[in-house]
Ligand binder design. Structure first.
Ligand code: GLC
Length: 745
């Protein structure tokens, strides 16, 4: 392969008396070699060029935040004042911009291109919350691998994903982007997604840098309002919000993104305890920290700094290496250095973290290796990628209700009325953060239905819009429904009603869709609601009358085929909720791993923890999901009733498929620590296993719980286990009551 070793690097390496020909990727110490290369390049750089590496601008393609006033972009690149760009898309465009950096700047240091590849680049997968409902880390890794391969072919070196913010409040629009409410499930999926993006070796041109975001606590926004204040105890920070970040820091994620939110009075982006003390010191993170969009300069609005100078001081001394679209580092860093607020050693350390990634990606060898239009054209939307997206979608669907086994539908002879704004809404199937995905590549439910059972058998009437109070379509919808044997209602949120800055105070099905559903239900015909949603919605009223509800989330490019696979029984739904569906929005934030309180309550018990008007329980709990078959649990057995720190707890349970179709069950294991030096959650997910069982088949499912999985932060904030009594719960969701006790000595 043609070597483009950048002249500067060649010069630097020769200065460092290591001639290019001597540079062999030494297997035993690749990091050491890269470190030497970084130091060689650093030695050539002026202070302005060093600061330039810590500056990131957005391209003129898509903007994801208030665009700061910015100098002429291309001149900045020529002047060596830009280290990275985001929102520059495509092999051709990235090559064009890279060419300016590597042929027209003094040192010709390549740019890193970043982009939000959140649930696909061109082939769009279910939104992450939906993908998480599959409870399938292998699948998540495969989807990330495909997304990285497409993005890398289109010039991207770096994705700002996975978003690993734990979210317990369905009002928060960005709950769509993560893995829901549980740290255990969230950590497993985060590690899988990073592995998919970064692969085994970043020298592989199909791999891209991943980014742990938004560090940290962003999902705990008060009142579910995006960008809003978070007030998180050290215990909750350490036990709920940090675990997924720690898991991927330990598994090798190469970048972090600091969050917007005020965290206990100090914005995350200026929070030295969070970044310098925990991430870079306690966790020894060697990668690079980028701010979120202008989150450095926005600390002025937070009121913790007076101007950009102070913002740069706070962020850089907190440990933020790169400034995304904030124009702070590029304008203030020299003054901060002159005033001894920061040191050149600190600047060198941050520049080294940036250069290290450029070397790991192979960009100094060949800055255009990701910008190959031929590879791009040959890679995007491959049939096998679309097939994986279809598989991920059908495994993401969660069956909440299926009275009288209305589902699966028979695909022969029946006339189907397809009603609702989501039935043929291609753009809403790929939703927010859909990268370069295009509606024209989406197969909608209407298209797939018509191609499967003939359009003569599908009577379509939109009935209503996602939003608004226009009921003029009701009559045609009801007329269509009267002519049909079965009604499928495709309703829910529009694709852009979740994601960044999309919080909702009312999380019911929007517009007049619920009214339409209740009118359809009055016809007394078999009626299936296919729900499209980027968050849990309030389904309490309609769940009383609608006989069948299938949660489809925002299913991606292959929405139609995946839905028909499930609706007609070619795939037996196996999804499980990664997040609680509240009974009422007033319960938010609501989650399964709550603390018991001194007066655990019920609606009819005065002077207990309760509401007068709604139950404490959610409508559908974390981990819930039905199947077209049933699963019976029996014979929960513990290896021994007493264990010590040196021996794990063996747990087994028998699971039988009680129906007449095969299906996959996600067997879940929770524990409860009955007494601790601090109060402990009533349940914590500590394991799950997916088992495929034929009709009538039974299997013994076993788990091994290691004692250190019982550890927590004690009253002195020390991590460790405490002797005492525990309960194990095993079952089909977080409400499982099948339990057994054990003791840790
Ligand atoms: C946005 C988001 C962040 C995203 C970044 C770049 O404001 O908060 O998740 O990666 O800007 O688009």
């Amino acid at each position: 392969m043609k070597k483009y070793l950048i002249p500067a690097v060649a010069l630097a390496l020769s200065l460092a008396a290591c001639n290019p020909s001597e540079i062999k990727p030494s297997q035993d110490n690749p990091e050491g070699l890269i470190s030497k290369k970084c130091d060689s390049v650093l030695a050539l750089m002026t202070l302005e060029e060093k600061i330039g590496q810590l500056n990131q601008y957005s391209g003129d393609g898509e903007l994801t935040g208030p665009v700061a006033l910015r100098p002429d972009l291309l001149k900045s690149i020529r002047d060596g004042k830009v280290g990275s760009m985001l929102n520059i898309n495509g092999a051709g465009y990235t090559r064009k911009i890279q060419k300016i950096a590597v042929e027209e700047s003094r040192l010709k240091i390549p740019l890193i291109f970043g982009y939000d590849v959140i649930h696909g680049y061109k082939t769009i997968f279910p939104v992450p919350l939906g993908e998480s409902a599959a409870w399938d880390p292998d699948l998540a890794e495969k989807a990330a691998r495909v997304s990285a391969t497409e993005a890398a072919a289109a010039g991207q070196h770096w994705t700002f994903a996975p978003m690993v913010d734990i979210a317990r409040d369905a009002r928060w629009g960005r709950i769509m982007e993560g893995s829901g409410e549980d740290p255990y499930l969230g950590s497993l999926l985060a590690v899988a997604r990073v592995k998919g993006f970064q692969g085994e070796d970043l020298a592989d041109p199909t791999t891209i840098l991943a980014c742990a975001k938004h560090y940290a606590g962003y999902g705990a926004a008060q009142a579910g309002r995006d960008y809003y204040t978070t007030d998180i105890s050290e215990h909750s920070l350490r036990e709920v919000y940090l675990p997924p970040f720690k898991a991927i820091a330990e598994s090798g994620v190469e970048t972090f993104m600091s969050a917007f939110n005020d965290l206990n009075g100090i914005p995350a982006t200026g929070n030295r305890y969070l970044i310098h003390d925990i991430l870079k010191t306690e966790w020894a993170f060697k990668g690079m920290v980028v701010s979120d969009w202008a989150s450095i300069s926005e600390m002025i609005m937070h009121g913790i700094v007076a101007d950009k100078y102070e913002a740069g001081d706070l962020a850089f001394n907190a440990g933020v290496d790169m400034d995304m679209e904030g124009n702070v580092y590029i304008s203030e860093m020299q003054n901060l250095l002159k005033d001894r607020k920061i040191t050149e050693a600190q600047i060198n350390e941050s520049v080294r973290r940036v250069l290290r990634l450029k070397f790991k990606l192979g960009l100094f060898d060949d800055p255009y290796r990701y910008s190959d239009s031929i590879r791009e054209a040959a890679t995007l939307l491959k049939p096998e990628y679309l097939e994986l997206a279809r598989d991920a979608a059908r495994k993401s669907f969660v069956l909440l209700k299926n009275e009288k086994n209305i589902l699966p539908l028979s695909s022969s002879g029946k006339t189907i009325a397809l009603i609702g704004p989501a039935a043929d809404a291609a753009g809403d199937m790929i939703g927010n953060w859909s990268g370069r995905g295009e509606a024209k590549h989406v197969i909608t439910l209407k298209q797939e239905l018509e191609s499967r059972i003939g359009d003569g058998k599908v009577i379509y009437a939109k009935g209503a819009d996602f939003l608004g109070d226009d009921r003029s379509g009701f009559a045609a919808a009801l007329a269509a429904a009267r002519r049909a044997d079965v009604i499928i209602a495709a309703c829910g949120e529009a694709g852009m009603m979740s994601g960044e800055s999309m919080s909702r105070a009312d999380i019911s099905i929007p517009g007049v869709q619920e009214e339409l559903l209740l009118e359809l239900a009055k016809l007394g015909k078999p009626l299936v609601l296919v729900l499209f949603n980027g968050r849990p919605l309030i389904l309490t009223e309609i769940s009383k009358t609608l006989p069948a509800i299938l949660v489809a989330w925002i299913p991606g490019t292959m929405a139609g085929p995946a839905l028909c696979d499930v609706l007609f029984g070619e795939y037996n739904p196996s999804g499980k909720l990664p997040v609680t569906f509240p009974y009422a929005v007033g319960q938010c934030p609501i989650f399964y791993n709550y603390k018991n309180s001194g007066r655990p309550g019920a609606q009819d018990q005065k002077f207990t923890s309760r509401y007068l008007d709604v139950p404490n329980d959610p409508l559908y709990p974390f981990g819930f999901g039905l199947s077209y078959t049933g699963f019976a649990y029996s014979n929960l057995t513990l290896g021994k009733p007493v264990i010590t720190l040196e021996e794990p707890l063996e747990v087994s349970v028998d699971v039988r498929n009680t129906g007449n179709v095969a299906g996959t069950e996600t067997v879940q294991l929770y524990i409860r620590d009955l007494v601790g030096s601090v109060t402990r959650p009533v349940k914590e997910l500590k394991g799950f296993k997916k088992v495929f069982l034929k009709a009538g088949e039974a299997q013994t499912v076993s788990f091994t719980i290691k004692p250190d999985e019982l550890a927590f932060y004690n009253r002195e904030m020390k991590w460790g286990t405490e002797p005492g009594k525990f309960k194990v719960f095993v079952g089909t969701d977080s409400r499982s009551t099948m339990e057994a006790g054990f003791e840790l000595k």
